[in-house]
Design a protein around this ligand. Structure first.
Ligand code: SAM
Length: 269
């Protein structure tokens, strides 16, 4: 039989969240390419995988792609895993996958744990549509740019616990205190927590409660404008007559009605 290459999802916290097929494949392959061999060793020891482990991470993925192709050409079976969840989802994998596709090598992906899907399965939404942006940029301007791009779509992102409050403050400033947000923390783990509320309430909650561990969050799609275009123009006119600057007007309107600041600013000028 010719060699085989597998992408294998591993747990995102609870070590029992691994499929029977993943255990079978990781038991059978000759090599497991992993982000950090120390992390995958824990899983390998728990389930008794005897395959050789080697690292394949964002800094050596290109070079490791050649190694993996050579192993496959020698008839070895290889699996790719990441530290947690599904490889290629905010994790290395993409460079390797494109090299394999270029060589016409068949890829078999074993579905399993993923923080986005675990999170979304617990979040009620009015429609199925969502945009997953991976790790949200750190820079405020870039954050707002990407959130604006998907303002009318549920926008899911990964964020570090150290930066979440700042990101939530940016959302509050841009879309107003009532913008609806969901936060999933430590999914599948002992301190798993899901919060769905206005951004203001969520900020206030995490000011009083520990914000540690791994985070996935969503800014809910803005449904429709709370005010009609005509009403908006009317409000802008009043504020203009009162002598407010375009910047102040866009800030006030966006706070009051959750309208996008840039959109209002453009209307003002
Ligand atoms: N490949 C993974 C997947 O399938 O979800 C994601 C890897 S990415 C490097 C790691 C980020 O995913 C974390 O910083 C966090 O934002 C999110 N994440 C991973 N595990 C999580 C968990 N148990 N609960 C909440 N978020 C998690």
């Amino acid at each position: 039989m010719s060699s085989q290459f597998f992408v294998v999802a591993t747990p995102i916290g609870n070590l029992k969240d691994i499929t029977l097929r993943a255990i079978e494949v990781l038991n059978d392959v000759d090599y497991i390419a992993c982000e950090d061999t120390r992390v995958t060793r824990i899983l390998a020891d728990k389930y008794g995988f005897s395959a050789k482990l080697f690292d394949c991470h964002k800094f050596n993925e290109k070079e490791r792609s050649e190694k993996i192709i050579n192993l496959l050409e020698e008839g070895k079976n290889v699996a790719l895993v990441s530290d947690a969840g599904t490889p290629g989802i905010s994790d290395p994998g993409s460079v390797l996958i494109s090299s394999l596709i270029e060589r016409g090598i068949k890829i078999t992906s074993l579905p399993g744990a993923c923080a986005v899907t675990t999170f979304l399965s617990m979040i009620p939404r009015k429609n199925e549509e969502y945009a997953f942006i991976g790790f949200i940029p750190r820079n405020k301007k870039q954050q707002i740019e990407i959130l604006n791009k998907y303002r009318y779509t549920n926008c899911v992102f990964y964020e570090s616990p150290n930066r979440l409050m700042e990101t939530l403050e940016n959302i509050k400033e841009e879309y107003g205190p009532n913008a609806l947000v969901a936060v999933g923390r430590e999914l599948t783990k002992v301190f798993e927590e899901i919060k769905i509320n206005s951004v203001e309430e969520i900020i206030s909650y995490f000011q009083k409660n520990p914000l540690k561990g791994e985070i996935v969050a969503m800014l809910f799609a803005k449904e429709t404008s709370d005010v009609s275009e005509d009403e908006l123009k009317q409000k802008i006119k009043i504020l203009k007559e009162e002598g407010f600057s375009p910047k102040d007007i866009s800030r006030i309107i966006s706070k009051l009605y959750g309208e996008n600041k840039n959109k209002v600013y453009k209307m003002v000028i």
